[in-house]
Design a protein around this ligand. Structure first.
Ligand code: 13P
Length: 337
């Protein structure tokens, strides 16, 4: 597999229905996931869990990239093979989360600004040496009453654009993730409005900074009602509104859009992606970069026990295949078994 340019790397990750396994939980977030199954979040347990995921047979042909956390990109599997090599052996590209989390936004402390631009160039050059081919930076936008402020959108999108440029200068593909959170009781129309504003601001900022769009992947939220909204939209409505929002705001030369799952159920994440690909008529590949929606079933099967590894791997493999089919508009609920 010889991928030399940013365009080739980006196109490879989303080729033939492939998507991304987001396994870049920070140690505190991984701790929360492990708490839910009563497993201690030690370095060894995090390694064992992720090694198990990366060695699942369903990684092959379904997963084009894996996003790692700093700890994981430096770890070796039990037999001494680097986890980066384990991922490559499955035909997937290693990626790395490079943002350094959220800080309260000056002037609007209920909102956040993603940190990590300081020293980013040097960190990127090290990650490139460690084998990373792409990177992720997550900006968070919260809907609540009058929020988000325009300053929250603007400053986060400027940071995303600056990050993307630095990453491309280090020969890796930046994933830009402007996540409008599902938390709250807002309507789907409000999510549409805020998601549109964020995407407009993001692509304007990337153009100003000379980011190569053909060597970039967008990781957006789907347009949904807030998780506490009483009137939840249908699968068809989420698919139509998400597509409309993307068509209005995303340049046609962007190679791939890989959604986050953001707290949607496993099945909804798959059904929404499938519905959009069945509608079709857009210039980009539309695929997945799921964390929870790929891992949840595997985590619950595993429970930290060696004897559960085969069933946990089967659970991940199944979701990876279902989402690959959804990225081709070829999924059906009958396939869920
Ligand atoms: P979820 O799919 O669990 O939202 O995670 C994706 C991700 O990487 C968020 O940054």
């Amino acid at each position: 597999m010889s991928l030399n340019t940013l365009e080739e790397i980006a196109a490879f990750i989303v080729s033939n229905g492939k998507g991304i396994l987001a396994a870049d939980e920070s140690n505190p977030t991984c701790g929360k996931r492990f708490d839910s199954i009563g497993v201690e979040s030690s370095e060894a347990n995090r390694r064992d869990y992720r090694e198990m995921l990366f060695r699942s047979s369903g990684m092959k042909d379904n997963i084009g990239g894996v996003i790692l956390f700093d700890e994981t990109i430096r770890q070796d599997a039990k037999d001494g093979t680097s986890l980066v090599q384990v991922i490559s052996d499955q035909g997937a590209l290693p990626g790395i989360k490079v943002d350094q989390g959220l800080k309260p936004l000056d002037g609007s402390p209920e909102e956040t600004l993603t940190q990590g631009l300081e020293g980013l160039h040097d960190r990127c050059s090290e990650y490139f040496q460690l084998g990373a081919k792409f990177t992720k930076w997550r900006a968070v936008i919260k809907i609540d009453g009058e929020l988000p402020t325009s300053d929250c959108i603007e400053s986060n999108m400027q940071a995303l654009a600056e990050y993307a440029k630095i990453v491309q200068d280090n020969n890796m593909v930046p994933m830009v993730e402007p996540e409008v959170l599902m938390d709250g009781d807002h309507s789907i129309d409000r999510c549409y409005e805020v998601s549109s504003a964020a995407l407009k601001s993001l692509f304007a900022a990337m153009e100003t900074r000379g980011v190569n769009i053909k060597g970039t992947i967008l990781k957006p939220n789907m347009v949904t009602a807030g998780s506490l909204c009483e009137s939840q939209a249908s699968i068809a409505e989420v698919a139509e509104m998400t597509l409309r929002c993307l068509k209005e705001n995303v340049p046609s030369d962007l190679p791939g859009i890989t959604f986050l799952s953001g707290g949607q159920s496993d099945l909804n994440s798959t059904a929404h992606l499938d519905a959009m690909n069945k509608i079709g008529g857009f210039p980009w590949k539309l695929s997945f970069s799921y964390g929870r929606a790929l891992q949840q079933a595997a985590l619950k099967s595993w429970l930290g026990k060696i004897e559960n590894m085969p069933s946990a791997q089967a659970a991940l493999s199944h979701r990876a295949l279902m989402n690959k089919l959804a990225a081709q508009g070829a999924w059906s609920s009958d396939l869920e078994g």
